[in-house]
Design a protein. Structure first.
Ligand code: HEM
Length: 211
């Protein structure tokens, strides 16, 4: 993290020296009601944007390939009709949610299934679990690439709904479509891939394929 912040400090200094019309250049000069981002706020915002925007979408792409390769009939239908891909990616967001949990501090006391949680307590919203809730999703543990409706919460909900959801929804279909086009014979090299051992992020450590 220290190295990451030092790297960003260099980029920020360069933007101060020479204004640039990219995102960082705009953040450096942004002003709201005469107030600017302090350096600490700027660094934290950049770290958030870079990590939130990179790791998640990378894993969505990997999770999509793995899940589709495990469901060859559905993959075949998508190859024949690429317009089906965006729905399939929504289903991967539900089925293998790249971000598994959100941290929250409770604004008031709350009792859930007999468990009292107090105001100020730190709790985790389990997004991956909510996305398999049988009360919401029929056959929740079944991957249905054309599931409708599919009101998953993989991008969170409410005030903090993912800022980058539209970008992720642009990037992932482009990447997956190109891989499918370039590798018409793509298949798994072994029946199961290896997941990263991580309680926040759901993504693959490796995905051996043959093409
Ligand atoms: C598959 C890709 C992605 C997934 C699954 C994902 C997931 C999420 C989730 C669940 C939240 C809610 C966090 C909370 O409520 O505490 C969130 C927030 C956020 N995401 Fe994403 N994200 C993705 C891609 C991106 C991208 C591409 C960017 C930026 C380029 C991004 C930037 C952010 C930011 C800045 C927030 C905080 C929003 C706020 O607190 O108001 N995300 N994301």
């Amino acid at each position: 993290m220290l190295a990451f912040r030092a790297y960003l400090r260099g980029l920020i200094a360069a933007r101060h020296a020479r204004p640039h019309d990219d995102l960082l250049g705009q953040l450096v000069t942004v002003e709201m009601a005469g107030d600017r981002l302090s350096e600490a706020e700027l660094l934290t915002t950049c770290v958030t944007l870079l990590t939130a925007g990179h790791e998640t979408t990378t894993n969505l792409i990997g999770n999509t390939l793995y899940t589709l390769l495990q469901h060859p009939d559905q993959l075949q239908a998508i190859r024949q009709e690429p317009a089906r891909l965006p729905n399939a990616i929504e289903e991967v967001l539900r089925f293998e949610s790249p971000l598994q949990r959100n941290p929250r501090r409770l604004a008031q006391d709350y009792t859930y299934e007999g468990h009292l949680m107090g105001k100020g307590d730190f709790v985790l919203q389990m997004l991956g679990s909510a996305n398999r809730d049988p009360a919401i999703f029929a056959a929740a543990d079944h991957f249905d690439s054309q599931r409708q409706p599919n009101r998953h919460v993989a991008f969170g909900f409410g005030l903090h709904f993912c800022l980058g959801a539209p970008l992720a929804r642009l990037e992932a279909p482009i990447a997956v479509q190109l891989i499918l086009e370039r590798m018409p014979k793509l298949r798994l090299a072994q029946p199961t891939a290896q997941w990263m051992q991580h309680s926040l992020v759901r993504g693959l450590a490796s995905l051996p394929v043959v093409f």
